[in-house]
Design a protein around this ligand. Structure first.
Ligand code: SAM
Length: 328
């Protein structure tokens, strides 16, 4: 029986009914039956099982929570494979939905904590994960969750891996929080919008190279694990998705700016007005009080043209630029 912790800190357990399949030779039919010990829950990723759960609970999808449930077994396998989760690992899942990915993670990992904002889904998860004893469902908003405390409480000192089909409206803040909160994941494997994936994978000079590219690359090495078309979800999103594997650097970051905050302020300013030259965007886009002359000479010291734009600079060059500006 999966455990659930509510945001009021109380632990409540359910002994509700579960789903079993009734195969009558006409494919799989869903029927609700009382869960008995030893019965195995059907794979939620099968579209018919997902439909059965949704109908049974009369669940209404909430667009504002970015609810698009995975219904493709091959994609599920790719996510699990890419995540590299083993029985030595603790997994944090963000937004378990009806538990499709959680079910597979429960089999692969030592323990799983899944944070879900939608209380209606939390109730459903009690049934769908009733035979996943190593899963703890936490009712709450990931953006208000103290992730390091959660990891200390449920992780048992194991390496942390984050695996999620992310609600797209909070992709960037969630990724930044995961990298910066101090929980120190070894890897983050996430489904994101295809367009966000290409921004993260972009190289200097590309149109979609930007602040998110550099922010992610400071903390992790990204790899595209799979492209996922809209028909792999219910309901179908309007855009394509992709699975990204982010291998976190931990203490071995690729650059070591003397002032991390300054480096990120320069990156933000450079891409805030990306059509302008770096000199102009840094002069007006930061509250650092940098003079045009300061910036121009720093850029020239880097060996760049004074007409260079932010999108031409690599992470290493932004790091060096911030060190030069700091000293000037
Ligand atoms: N993991 C499921 C799957 O793959 O089928 C559902 C993924 S769905 C794209 C995103 C899930 O995140 C939904 O269950 C949604 O309710 C949940 N969610 C949205 N915002 C959240 C938040 N701030 N904190 C925790 N969960 C959230």
């Amino acid at each position: 029986m999966a455990r659930t912790i509510f945001s009021d800190g109380q632990l409540r357990s359910w002994h509700g009914p579960s789903l079993v399949t009734d195969s009558l030779g006409h494919g799989t039919k869903i029927c609700a039956m009382t869960y008995e010990k030893g019965q195995t829950m059907e794979r939620l990723v099968e579209p018919q099982v997902t439909i059965g759960v949704i109908q049974k609970y009369n669940f209404a999808f909430r667009k504002r929570f970015g609810q698009n449930f995975l219904i493709d077994g091959r994609v599920l396998e790719k996510i699990i494979k890419a995540s590299g989760v083993t029985k030595d690992d603790f997994v944090l899942e963000i937004g378990p939905g009806i538990g499709t990915l959680t079910q597979a993670l429960s089999e692969a990992a030592a323990a799983v904590a899944a944070v879900e904002i939608d209380r209606d889904l939390v109730g459903i998860l009690h049934e769908t994960l009733s035979d996943c004893p190593n899963v703890t469902v936490i009712s709450g908003d990931i953006m208000k969750t103290d992730i390091p405390s959660l990891v200390r409480e449920y992780g048992g000192g194991r390496p942390l891996r984050v695996v999620a089909n992310l609600p797209y409206y909070i992709t960037t803040p969630v990724l930044m929080e995961l990298f910066e909160c101090g929980a120190d994941p070894v890897q983050v494997t996430v489904m994101v919008q295809k367009e966000v994936a290409s921004r993260i994978m972009a190289e200097p000079g590309a149109d979609n190279y930007g602040a998110i590219t550099l922010a992610v690359r400071y903390y992790a090495e990204p790899e595209l694990a799979a492209n996922v078309p809209p028909n792999c979800f219910m309901p179908r999103p309007t855009v394509g998705s992709a699975v990204l594997n982010l291998r976190c650097f931990g203490d071995r970051k690729p650059v070591r700016p003397k002032d991390e905050t300054l480096m990120f302020a320069l990156i933000k300013a450079a891409f805030g007005q990306r059509r302008k030259t770096l000199v102009n965007s840094l002069e007006h886009g930061t509250s650092l009080g940098l003079t045009k002359e300061n910036i121009r000479s720093a850029i020239l010291r880097l060996g760049l043209s004074e007409n260079a734009r932010g999108e031409e600079l690599s992470l290493k060059q932004f790091s060096e630029l911030s060190d030069i500006i700091l000293q000037s």
